[in-house]
Design a protein around this ligand. Structure first.
Ligand code: NAI
Ligand code: SOE
Length: 392
């Protein structure tokens, strides 16, 4: 029997904490040899009762109602931070101070200044640090990345992308942390726009300037039923119903300029009726173009100037099988496909191997900081009504 030698702690057992726990089990199944000795040891939640319930749901044997206790544990090599955005900074700084390697959820911080502080602290402490921009680890996206690195698309000309969802169209949805600047940092822009920003940086390069426009469809939401202090602001009363102010965007659209001369556009919205998790992009280069839609994550469309003249338009490529990224471990038969959890398992595997082999994790806090910089520039641009430079 192999002894545990890399023990993981998880802070936050909500929606995404659960996905991380499923990804851990997938890791054990799909990467059995590379993940030997890794265990998901302990969960911390906001109080003991929530922790106990969440630990039972996630199948984690140890739990605690205070994240500081988890940070103090001497037996943990890696901690996954799956908390609402406003908690990332304090928790991550404490973990770094205690020498823990950290995989933090996106957005890394509430703003670029805080994100930079986390990046600097992580560098100084020489810990391994990662940010969970999971979509760039989708096997189809990794395949596109390999084409770019091989020069198959030539030089990038333009990138167009959107991430659309519809859950915030529901006016009855209460005022949780996603709808408040002081807990989320920004709205759709920071929540799902950061995935697009990361994708743009991953596939095209650094973004140097932006011009953005933001809007908020539902400006007040009911304060009901939440016991979390972060979820009960009592800003105003209205018609007998307690309402709180939504002070973040639910749609943001942005034009982008890249350092390498390419240009782009992006949209992030949580009020796009019918769209559930619609992250899609088009990337056009001098030699080829690709189309990708995350709601069909196992296919990618390619058009190449190197193709035969008989081929016109785009060809559909079904991702998976032995020749494709992580195909052998996660999808040996193309057509059987991968879903939401697989990129999390890949992210966790790469984090573990960075720790074990003293390598660098990518995406790291550097990428988290860069994404926060772009968000800040879009917010500044929308407020000023003009193009803004992304701080370099
Ligand atoms: P959530 O609200 O479902 O879960 C947050 C959890 O944190 C809750 O269980 C809550 O009880 C717990 N919590 C709150 N205060 C705490 C404290 N002081 N100590 C310990 N636990 C505490 O939120 P969700 O959707 O899981 O989001 C968490 C983070 O993950 C956010 O940063 C979000 O942006 C990110 N996220 C990332 C996704 C991705 O695709 N990479 C998907 C969804 C969320
Ligand atoms: C909600 O918009 C959310 O859960 C985001 O927080 C995630 O980052 C995205 O992957 C799915 O949608």
């Amino acid at each position: 029997m192999v002894m545990d030698d890399l023990r993981i702690g998880l802070i936050g057992g909500g929606f995404i904490g659960r996905v991380h726990s499923i990804a851990f089990r997938m890791l054990q199944g799909a990467f059995a040899e590379r993940a030997q000795g890794v265990s998901l040891k302990v969960l911390a939640e906001k109080d003991a009762q929530t922790a106990e319930r969440a630990a039972a749901r996630l199948g984690i044997h140890e739990w605690m109602g205070n994240w500081r206790e988890l940070a103090e544990r001497m037996d943990l090599e890696l901690v996954i931070v799956a908390l609402p955005n406003y908690l990332h900074k304090d928790v991550v700084l404490e973990l770094i101070g205690r020498g823990k390697n950290v995989l933090c959820e996106k957005p890394l911080a509430m703003n670029a200044k805080d994100a930079r502080q986390l990046f600097d602290a992580a560098q100084k402490a020489r810990i391994k640090h990662g940010v969970n921009f999971n979509y760039r680890k989708t096997p189809a996206v990794l395949l596109v990345k390999s084409w770019i690195e091989n020069g198959d698309l030539g030089s990038p000309l333009f990138f167009r992308s959107s991430f659309s969802q519809d859950w915030a169209l529901d006016k009855g949805r209460p005022l949780d942390w996603h709808f408040q600047q002081r807990y989320a940092g920004s709205g759709a822009l920071g929540d799902i726009g950061t995935h697009v920003i990361d994708m743009a940086r991953f596939l095209v390069g650094e973004i140097t300037s932006v011009v953005g426009s933001l809007s908020t469809h539902t400006k007040e939401r009911a304060v009901t039923g939440f016991d979390d202090a972060a979820r009960v602001p009592r800003d105003l009363e209205h018609g007998g119903t307690r309402l709180g102010t939504v002070d973040v965007d639910d749609t943001s659209s942005v034009l982008l300029r890249f350092r390498n001369g390419a240009q782009g556009s992006m949209l992030a919205s949580r009020v796009a009726q019918g769209r559930k998790n619609h992250l899609e992009f088009e990337l056009y280069g001098t030699e080829g173009s690709v189309l990708f839609d995350w709601e069909r994550p196992n296919e990618v469309y390619l058009s190449s100037t190197r193709g035969t003249t008989a081929q016109s338009g785009f060809s559909r490529i079904l991702v998976g099988g032995l020749g494709h990224p992580y195909g052998a471990s996660l999808c040996p038969v193309a057509g059987m496909g991968t879903g939401f959890e697989e990129p999390f398992a890949i992210q966790l595997l790469e984090m573990i191997e960075a720790i074990r082999n003293d390598g660098d994790m990518s995406p790291s806090f550097y990428d988290g900081w860069r994404a926060n910089q772009v968000v800040d520039a879009v917010l500044a641009s929308a407020a000023a009504g003009k193009w803004c430079q992304v701080e370099q």
